[in-house]
Design a protein around this ligand. Sequence first.
Ligand code: HEM
Length: 268
Amino acid sequence: MSALHGFVFGVYPYIALTVFLVGSLIRFDREPYTWKSDSSQLLRSGLLRWGSNLFHVGILFLFFGHLVGLLTPHAFYAHFMEASVKQQLAIWSGGAFGVLCFIGLTMLIWRRVFDPRIRRTSHKTDIAILVILWVQLVVGLITLPYSWAHSDGSVMLILADWAQRILTLRTVDAEVLAGLPWPYLFHIVLGMTIFLLFPFSRLVHVWSGFATVAYLLRPYQLVRSRRLNVPAGRNLPRRRETTGSAAVPERPSEAPGAGAATPRPARG
Ligand code: HEM
């Protein structure tokens, strides 16, 4: 095992995770107004509807699939599911949602690059992150035939053990990954790099997306109309009344000459 391999699979994961967590906190604290998904729906919604929905359905399944698949200890499911069955489940479900995600992501890249309005309003990182996710997805799909070739689940167990050791801060043996085919290694390194880039891109909206679960527990909001007890159909703005030829404004701010001269309530 080379020193580079040891660094990439033994040290880099910690660097990426630290930048991901601390970087997200700093961005949230220092640049709250840039913390958003930067929707481009107002500019053009056509391709976005299909592209974004297909992409998000696919990526959310893949995200949680990786999370549960990699981080559930083998002992937890060993007595009701063999590793080979879990491997098959991962191949078929990951493949199906991977294809959905691929179609959606390709549509999103297409509109971002070839639609002049979207292109003009895109930051470099917007395009870069889409391309990086696309490459990651394609390499993930390339690993499928390799996983099929050893459908006993042996490689899956090696990868899961490695990921669990990283997250539980136990000693990592980077050498166990050394003999794996290149698509696995590439996929892992690029995956960690996505975590590293996360706080510097629009991906920060993913935190907020998951935080929306808190809405389920939020107290109800009571919304009251400003005009209560008005018969249906009459809840409309009052018409201006006229005296002679001069219109009487309903509110002082509508009077001719009002505006600059109208005193405003003091702030603070
Ligand atoms: C947690 C749930 C999530 C929610 C609620 C959410 C919501 C959104 C919204 C509202 C947009 C803007 C779409 C538009 O232009 O109108 C967006 C865009 C985007 N999201 Fe998410 N998202 C979630 C998870 C994710 C995940 C897990 C990823 C990838 C790791 C991701 C990657 C992206 C990307 C790359 C874009 C930009 C697409 C474009 O170029 O137009 N999102 N998301």
